[in-house]
Design a protein around this ligand. Structure first.
Ligand code: ADQ
Length: 480
C-alpha cells in the first residue's frame, strides 16, 4: 500500500509539475461490460497493466483510450472510478484484418523470431493503418497541451507518429510488451519504415530488454533518418530516448495471496490429489501459459515424455501439470497447437499413466487468481520454456507466490525474464529437447541447499523490481 501511494504521489507530482494529465492508450480498455442483476455495468478487468495504471489514473483523473472488446459501435466516453474511459469503435471486418490479421498473424510471429511464418498481406496493412488513425484521433480529442500520453504495444505502433502530427503539444511515450526482433528478421516487413517512423513519433520508446532496444535502434538507423545513441536519437529535429524498462508484477500482492490461508489449504489439497503414488512422494512440475505457440508448451511436453522414456524418473516419481489459457482461438495456428498439445498429453498418459495416476494433467482454462496462486504454491518445479517472450510474468509470479525457499524455476534463455532471473533459475535452450529433459530432471533432484540458494537469488531479483517501479521509471523518463 505504501509503494502504491508513493507511486501515485510521485506520478501526481510529475503530472502536477507539468500541469498535465496522463492518458493511457492500449488495444483493450481496463473495463469490460458485464451483466449484474439484469443490468449491464462496466467492471474493471484484471491484468498487469490495469493494476499498475489504475491507481495513477484514479489519483490524477487521467484517461484510458482503448477498445471495449465488442465489435461495432462504441459507447460515448464515460467516467469509471475517477478514470475517464474513452472507447474506440472497431468494426468486425477491421477486427479480423487489423487484429487477427496484421497484429497477430504478421507482427506477432515476426517479432517472436518467426517461430511461425509471418504472413504479409496488403489487405491487412490498410485496416491496421485505419485503426491506428482512429486511436490517434480519439487521443487527440482527449488531451490538453502538456499532457502525457503512454501508448502500449504492437497493435498501436503507428499511433505515436500519427498523434504527433495531430498534437505536437503533448509528451508521447510508447512501450512494446513483446520483443523487438533482430534487424535481419525485421527487414522482411514490407512496411518497416512506416512502423519505425510511427514508433519514433514518441519522445520515449521503451522495451522489455536492452537487446530489444538495441535491435530497434539499429533498425531505425538503417531504415529511417534517425541517428545517434539509443539514449538520445535524433529524429526529424527531435530527441527520442530508446531504453529498456523491464515490466514486473505487484510482488507484495502476489506474496500475500500466495501465503493466505485459503490458498495454502487449496495448495495442500492439490498436492494430496496429485501425490497418489506407490512411493507417496511425487514431485510436481508445473506449466502455466496462454496457449500460444511462442510459449513452448509442446516442447515442454516432449521433454517430459523423453524424461519418462529414459526411465531414470518414472510417473510414480513425478507428474506434469499444464494449465493453458484459451487464446486467439480463431487463428489457425492456435487451433492447430491446441490439437497437438492435447494429442501429446494423451500420448504421454497412454504410455506412462495408469488408472488414478495420470503422468500429465492438462487443464484448458483460465483460473481465478487465488487458484492460480495455489498451483504456484504446490509446484516443486515451474517450467517456463518460451521460444521467445517479451518478459514472461508467470516466472515472476511463481517466485513471489512461494514464500519459503521451496521451488525451482526452469527458465528459457529466450524469455525477457532471463535477464533478471538468470542467476537463480536453471536456464535452458527450449529448442534442445534432450537438454530440457536433463534440466527438468536436475530440477527435480536438486539438493535442498542448492534449491534454497537459487530461490533466494530469485526472490531478491523479483523483489527489486515491481510493476509500480516499472511504471514510475517510464513516466519519469517521459516527464524529463
Ligand atoms: P503474455 O504473452 O500474455 O503477455 P505473460 O507475461 O506470461 O504472457 O502473462 C500472462 C498472464 O496471464 C500472467 O499474469 C498469468 O498469471 C496469466 N495466466 C496465465 N495462465 C493463466 C491461467 N490458466 N489462468 C489465469 N491466468 C493465467 C505479454 C508478453 C509477455 C509480457 C507481458 C507483459 O507476451 O512477454 O511479459 O505481455 O508485458
Amino acid at each position: 500500500m505504501l509503494l502504491w501511494s508513493l507511486i501515485a504521489t510521485r506520478s501526481q507530482e510529475i503530472a502536477m509539475s507539468r500541469k498535465s494529465r496522463l492518458v493511457i492508450v492500449a488495444n483493450r480498455l481496463p473495463v469490460k461490460r458485464v451483466k449484474r442483476k439484469g443490468k449491464l455495468v462496466w467492471e474493471t478487468s484484471p491484468g498487469g497493466l490495469v493494476t499498475a495504471m489504475t491507481p495513477i489514473l484514479n489519483d490524477t483523473g487521467g484517461s484510458w483510450v482503448g477498445w471495449s472488446g465488442a465489435a461495432g459501435k462504441a459507447p460515448p466516453a464515460f467516467t469509471h472510478e475517477n478514470m475517464r474511459v474513452h472507447p474506440v469503435p472497431i468494426s468486425a471486418e477491421q477486427l479480423e484484418k487489423f487484429y487477427g490479421g496484421f497484429s497477430n498473424t504478421t507482427l506477432w510471429p515476426l517479432y517472436h523470431d518467426s517461430v511461425r511464418t509471418p504472413q504479409f498481406h496488403r489487405r491487412w496493412w490498410w485496416p491496421y493503418v485505419d485503426v491506428n488513425r482512429r486511436f490517434a484521433e480519439a487521443v487527440a480529442d482527449e488531451v490538453s497541451p502538456g499532457d502525457m500520453v503512454w501508448v502500449h504495444d504492437y497493435q498501436l505502433q503507428l499511433v505515436p507518429g500519427m498523434l504527433r502530427e495531430l498534437r505536437p503539444d503533448v509528451r508521447i511515450g510508447f512501450f512494446l510488451h513483446i520483443p523487438f526482433p533482430p534487424e535481419e528478421l525485421f527487414a522482411q516487413l514490407p512496411w518497416r519504415r512506416e512502423i519505425l517512423a510511427g514508433m519514433l513519433g514518441a519522445d520515449v520508446v521503451g522495451f522489455q530488454t536492452p537487446s530489444s532496444a538495441r535491435n530497434f535502434a539499429s533498425a531505425a538507423k538503417l531504415y529511417t533518418e534517425a541517428k545517434g545513441p539509443e539514449r538520445g536519437m535524433d529524429f526529424r529535429g527531435r530527441k527520442v530516448r530508446v531504453q529498456a524498462f523491464p515490466i514486473s508484477i505487484d510482488v507484495k500482492h502476489m506474496e500475500q495471496v500466495g501465503m493466505s490461508a485459503p490458498v495454502t489449504d487449496l495448495a495442500t489439497q492439490l498436492r494430496t490429489d496429485l501425490a497418489s503414488s506407490r512411493t507417496g512422494d511425487r514431485r510436481v512440475l508445473l506449466g502455466v501459459d496462454r496457449l500460444d505457440y511462442t510459449k513452448g508448451i509442446d516442447i515442454r511436453l516432449r521433454a517430459f515424455e523423453e524424461l519418462l522414456t529414459r526411465g531414470s524418473l518414472t510417473a510414480d516419481d513425478c507428474v506434469l501439470v499444464q494449465v493453458a489459457v484459451p487464446s486467439r482461438e480463431s487463428v489457425d495456428d492456435y487451433a492447430e497447437l491446441r490439437a497437438y498439445v492435447e494429442r501429446l498429453s494423451g500420448r504421454i498418459n497412454g504410455q506412462f499413466g495408469r488408472p488414478g495416476r495420470a503422468a500429465v494433467h492438462y487443464l484448458y482454462r483460465s483460473l481465478p487468481f487465488e487458484e492460480l496462486a495455489a498451483y504456484y504454491r504446490m509446484a516443486d518445479v515451474m517450467v517456463v520454456t518460451p521460444l521467445r517472450d517479451g518478459m514472461n510474468l508467470v516466472a515472476k509470479e511463481y517466485v513471489a507466490a512461494n514464500e519459503g525457499d521451496t521451488g525451482t524455476l526452469v527458465l528459457s534463455e529466450f524469455a525477457g525474464a532471463a535477464h533478471e532471473l538468470g542467476s537463480g533459475a536453471l536456464l535452458v535452450n527450449p529448442h534442445d529437447v534432450d537438454g530440457l529433459a536433463a534440466t527438468m530432471e536436475m530440477a527435480l533432484t536438486l539438493d535442498d541447499r542448492e534449491r534454497q540458494r537459487r530461490m533466494g537469488l530469485l526472490r531478491q531479483a523479483v523483489r527489486k523490481n515491481t510493476v509500480f517501479g516499472w511504471a514510475e521509471s517510464f513516466l519519469e523518463a517521459l516527464a524529463s
